[in-house]
Design a protein around this ligand. Structure first.
Ligand code: GDP
Ligand code: K
Ligand code: MG
Length: 268
């Protein structure tokens, strides 16, 4: 079983990786880039943990950033551990949303809860779990606090049937997503809705994958037509998607986070 560890840069990924794996680990490079590849055996022999490079979005800006997306496109991933910095929830949830749309069983490792607390941020993790329809386990990867709970959660997850997570992107884009999905062969393994959304977000590796099944010109036409229909709402399709996601994230924050005290200076 392959378990992928994904998250923004500097969220405690390496700290958590070291806690979750036994001593053995393989270190090499990801194909075609200089980014280090780390794999280890997950505690209790639960599977292989793969440390994906830290990213803010699955829509890569560089070849290095494409590693995580290519991994999701080409490898057999059973579970995604999404490490989230509790003190930077808003920024972190962008990637979380993209990973939820991928549709695999996902576990949110809500890290840096000590930092969040010192900033006066109270996160209702149970409510967050309900809203995102996935488990959320608060941890402090620096000390290992909560990581036992996290490991215990994994075996159940593997057998869980997940309901694909949906953000409503509005009638125009939803229609275009449906249109693209209909063009894809039914036997395809990859999550089609995720592919479609990523395509409209301008994700190059995803476009390459789609171009194996759909004529490039047809893809371009659908993209441009959709972008034109949304021109009054945003300058580009990626920007439109960004806006919709931002609204959704804003709502989640409103529902799940309370600022309990005003802290004068952030300490991170
Ligand atoms: P990565 O860049 O995502 O791999 O993150 P690292 O594991 O290298 O951690 C970045 C920094 O955050 C390091 O100084 C860690 O010691 C620190 N760190 C990681 N987890 C926590 C945590 O839960 N609380 C606090 N206060 N610091 C943490
Ligand atoms: K780091
Ligand atoms: Mg690291």
């Amino acid at each position: 079983m392959n378990i992928a560890l994904a998250g923004n840069p500097n969220t405690g990924k390496t700290s958590l990786f070291n806690i979750l794996t036994d001593s053995y680990e393989y270190v090499g490079n990801w194909a075609g880039v200089t980014v280090e590849k780390k794999m280890g055996v997950l505690k209790n022999n639960l599977g292989t943990l793969v440390d994906l490079p830290g990213i803010y979005s699955l829509n890569p800006l560089s070849k290095d950033e494409g590693v995580a997306t290519n991994y999701l496109l080409n490898e057999d991933v059973s579970i995604i551990l999404n490490i989230v910095d509790a003190s930077q929830l808003k920024r972190n949830l962008y990637l979380t949303l993209q990973l939820l749309e991928y549709g695999n069983p996902l576990l949110i490792c809500l890290n840096m809860v000590d930092v969040a607390e010192s900033l006066g941020l109270q996160i209702n993790h149970e409510k967050l779990a309900k809203k995102l329809a996935c488990p959320v386990i608060p941890i402090v990867a620096r000390t290992g606090e909560g990581c036992e709970n996290l490991i215990n959660e994994i075996p159940d997850l593997a057998n869980k049937k997940t309901t694909p997570f949906r953000v409503n992107y509005g009638d125009i884009l939803e229609e275009a997503i449906e249109k693209l999905i209909d063009l894809l062969p039914s036997e395809m393994d990859l999550p089609k809705r995720w592919l479609a959304i990523q395509f409209f977000e301008g994700n190059t590796p995803v476009r390459h994958t789609l171009a194996k099944y759909i004529d490039g010109k047809e893809l371009d036409t659908l993209y441009k037509e959709t972008e034109a229909k949304l021109a009054s709402k945003a300058k580009s399709l990626p920007q439109y998607i960004h806006l919709r996601r931002g609204q959704w994230i804003e709502q989640i924050i409103q529902d799940c986070v309370i600022q309990t005290k005003q802290v004068e200076k952030t300490i991170t």
